[in-house]
Design a protein around this ligand. Structure first.
Ligand SMILES: [Zn+2]
Length: 377
């Protein structure tokens, strides 16, 4: 690797470095969620108490009976799941999560920077951190994409056919799985079986143990926020919402797009400018893993794309890339204190308050005023 791609010691993205970080966890609880096709463990680290109330039904059943409390008491602390390393060569999120774990354990990240504000914010949540969802992809990826030419980056991210040509983007998405016997190099995107976890998103036919375990975890935690960490060659951005997300979740994600812009500006960081008329108001990203994670528990499931420093016109040094991760974590945990992440209650209220709802459908709303009132709480 070139000098530009020689990271400082605190840039922890190698699987052995992730393991070493997890071996030092005392305040949190480490859990092996799944094994990848390559036999590599997928770990989660949990902090804070689990929700104490009991669900008698799932989100669907709660909406069907018109009583959100049958699924979740919204006065319970929120559960936040942060997912790094879905795509192996997008190392920035891995570094962010590993440094967040170190901060939660010691008050400082691996760079020695005091993160007490973040640690304080985290105390209000149940936090489950997945440093590397796709360890197979991470195992075949470099420490970062800084200084790597675009034509080379194509091979690193999406792999190489046996004739030496790149699989490329977005052509890589034509194959799910990408047949490992047809390539000389799988690239960082898929796991060892060729599955791009971001597109392992067919309900009832989830193919990877990694995604199956993530969806199960979200259900178990009744997650309020699932933050997906990815990287790209431009500026930081919360992506437009995805197809398959519920209307109110889409609106909330549009708000976070603007919140990130304001938050980065306040920290002197650049982000993708969001026009007054945001194209994302009418445009949706494809159905993918973020859509799936939003449906399990009604969790807000934004995708944060972090700059990877590969674009020479938009250079990023390692300290800036660490800071961008930490600022995003802080932004979400701050906003979660002002407004619950998931718009579940608005979903219920919109449904129940609609004049178009026939009185026979939710008779309790009409027969029992106190119950109707509690729905606003
Ligand atoms: Zn990605």
């Amino acid at each position: 690797m070139t000098a530009v791609n020689s990271p400082p010691d605190w840039w922890k993205v190698d699987l052995k470095q992730v393991d070493a970080c997890l071996a030092g966890v005392h305040r949190g609880k480490v859990e092996e969620l799944a094994r990848s096709p390559g036999g590599r463990p997928v770990y989660a680290v949990a902090y804070g108490p689990v929700k104490a109330d009991e669900a008698t039904t799932n989100l669907s059943g709660a909406m069907g009976c018109g009583d959100p409390k049958t699924y979740l008491d919204e006065s319970q602390p929120q559960s936040v799941i942060i997912v790094g390393g879905c795509h192996g060569a997008e190392a920035e999120g891995v570094n962010g999560v590993v440094n967040l774990i170190q901060a939660l354990e010691t008050g400082r990240d691996y760079a020695g920077i005091d993160r007490s504000k973040l640690v304080e914010l985290a105390k209000h949540y149940r936090l489950v951190l997945i440093p590397v969802l796709n360890p197979d992809g991470r195992a075949r990826s470099p420490v970062s994409m800084r200084g790597i030419a675009p034509e080379q980056a194509l091979h690193i991210h999406q792999g190489t056919w046996k004739d030496g040509s790149p699989v490329g983007y977005p052509a890589c998405k034509r194959y799910q799985p990408l047949d490992p016997s047809k390539v000389s190099f799988l690239g960082g995107y898929p796991n060892d079986a060729g599955y791009n976890l971001m597109h392992d998103a067919t309900p009832g036919d989830i193919r990877s143990a990694e995604v199956a375990a993530l969806l199960k975890l979200i259900g178990r935690e009744r997650a309020d926020l699932v933050l997906h960490l990815h990287s790209h060659g431009t500026l930081g951005e919360i992506l437009p919402p995805n197809h398959g997300m519920l209307d109110l979740q889409r609106k909330r994600i549009l708000s976070y797009r603007r919140r990130l812009e304001a938050c980065f500006a306040a920290h002197g960081l650049q982000s993708t400018p969001i026009p007054v008329r945001d194209p994302a108001d009418t445009w949706l990203c494809p159905l993918n893993l973020a859509s799936m994670t939003s449906l399990v528990s009604g969790a807000l499931s934004p995708v944060y794309e972090q700059p990877d420093g590969s674009n020479p016109k938009l250079p990023r040094d390692y300290p800036t890339m660490l800071e961008e991760s930490m600022v995003v974590f802080e932004m979400f945990l701050e906003w979660g204190g002002k407004e619950r992440f998931s718009p579940r209650m608005e979903m219920f209220n919109t449904m129940l308050d609609s004049a178009a709802v026939p009185a026979t459908y939710f008779p309790e709303k009409w027969n029992s005023k106190p119950q109707a009132n509690t729905l606003g709480g």
